[in-house]
Design a protein around this ligand. Structure first.
Ligand code: MLT
Length: 241
C-alpha cells in the first residue's frame, strides 16, 4: 500500500526519508504555478536555480532568465515569477532558468527522491493521476515562506492527497503523518478560496503589480502538464496512459 506524507516546511525535510518516494514540490504563489504554466504554454525546460548569481550565469548558457525575491522581480533579468508572463508572450520552445524565494530552493533538498514533480492547483488532476498510476510513496513538500508554514501550500497538499486517493484507493495517508491529516481536513472542511485570501503571501502580493496572479494561481485544472525533474531541469512528463 503506497503512503502519502506531507512536509509542511523545507526546514523539516530532514525528518523524512526520500529514497524511492515521489516528491511533489508545492509553491502555489507562485514558483510551481509558474513552472506548470511555462511547460503547458510550450516551454521546453525550466532550470531551477537557488541563487541569483547562478541564474545570471545561465544567461551566458542561452537560457532566458527569471528571478524573484520577496515577491518582486529582480532587476536585470528577463522575467520575474509571474505565471501570467508566460501566457502573454511567445513561450514555445522557451528554456527558462528560474530562481525564486522559496520554491526553487526545494529542488536541491529533494534530490535523493525517486522522482521530483511540481504541483499546483493549475495541474491538480493531471498530477494526481500521474502519481496514482505509480506504486511509489509520495511526499508532498510545501515550500512555505522562508521556512514558515503557509496556508496555500498546505491546503493544496490536502487537495492533492485527496485527489490521489480518489484516483487510486490503494494510496493512504501515512498513519504516522499528522501533517497529511491536517492538510486533508483543511481541504475538506474549509472554503479554500476564502482561507487563501486571508493568507500572508496573498496579502503581500495583493499590494503589488502581480495582483492578477492570485486569481490565476487558485484555478484548478487549467492545464494537464505534469512537470518532472529530469537531467537537471523540469520538463513536461510523458502521458502515462
Ligand atoms: C516563490 O515562489 O518562491 C515565492 O513564494 C515568492 C513569489 O513568487 O511570490
Amino acid at each position: 500500500m503506497p503512503f502519502i506524507e506531507t512536509c509542511l516546511s523545507p526546514a523539516l525535510i530532514h525528518s523524512y526519508f526520500l529514497p524511492q518516494k515521489n516528491v511533489v514540490i508545492i509553491d502555489i504563489l507562485r514558483a510551481t504555478s509558474t513552472i506548470v504554466t511555462v511547460l503547458a504554454e510550450g516551454g521546453s525546460a525550466v532550470l531551477p536555480v537557488s541563487s541569483i548569481e547562478e541564474c545570471r550565469q545561465q544567461q551566458a548558457a542561452g537560457y532566458t532568465t527569471a528571478a524573484e525575491r520577496d515577491g518582486s522581480k529582480v532587476a536585470g533579468f528577463d522575467f520575474g515569477n509571474s505565471p501570467l508572463e508566460y501566457r502573454n508572450s511567445n513561450t514555445k520552445g522557451l528554456r527558462l532558468a528560474l530562481s525564486s524565494t522559496n520554491g526553487t530552493q526545494c529542488v536541491e533538498l529533494s534530490k535523493a527522491a525517486h522522482g521530483i514533480y511540481c504541483g499546483a492547483f493549475l495541474n491538480l488532476s493531471a498530477l494526481a493521476l500521474h502519481l496514482a498510476q505509480q506504486q511509489h510513496d509520495v511526499l508532498l513538500l510545501c515550500a512555505g515562506w522562508k521556512n514558515a508554514v503557509n496556508a496555500e501550500d498546505t491546503l493544496f497538499a490536502g487537495a492533492l492527497a485527496q485527489a490521489i486517493i480518489s484516483q487510486n484507493p490503494q494510496f493512504q495517508r501515512h498513519p504516522h503523518c499528522d501533517s497529511t491529516l491536517i492538510a486533508l481536513q483543511l481541504w475538506q472542511q474549509l472554503n479554500f478560496g476564502a482561507l487563501i485570501r486571508q493568507s500572508s503571501h496573498f496579502h503581500r502580493l495583493a499590494q503589488t503589480e502581480v495582483r492578477a496572479d492570485l486569481d490565476f494561481c487558485l484555478q484548478c485544472d487549467v492545464y494537464t502538464s505534469v512537470p518532472v525533474y529530469e537531467g537537471g531541469v523540469f520538463v513536461a512528463a510523458a502521458p502515462t496512459f
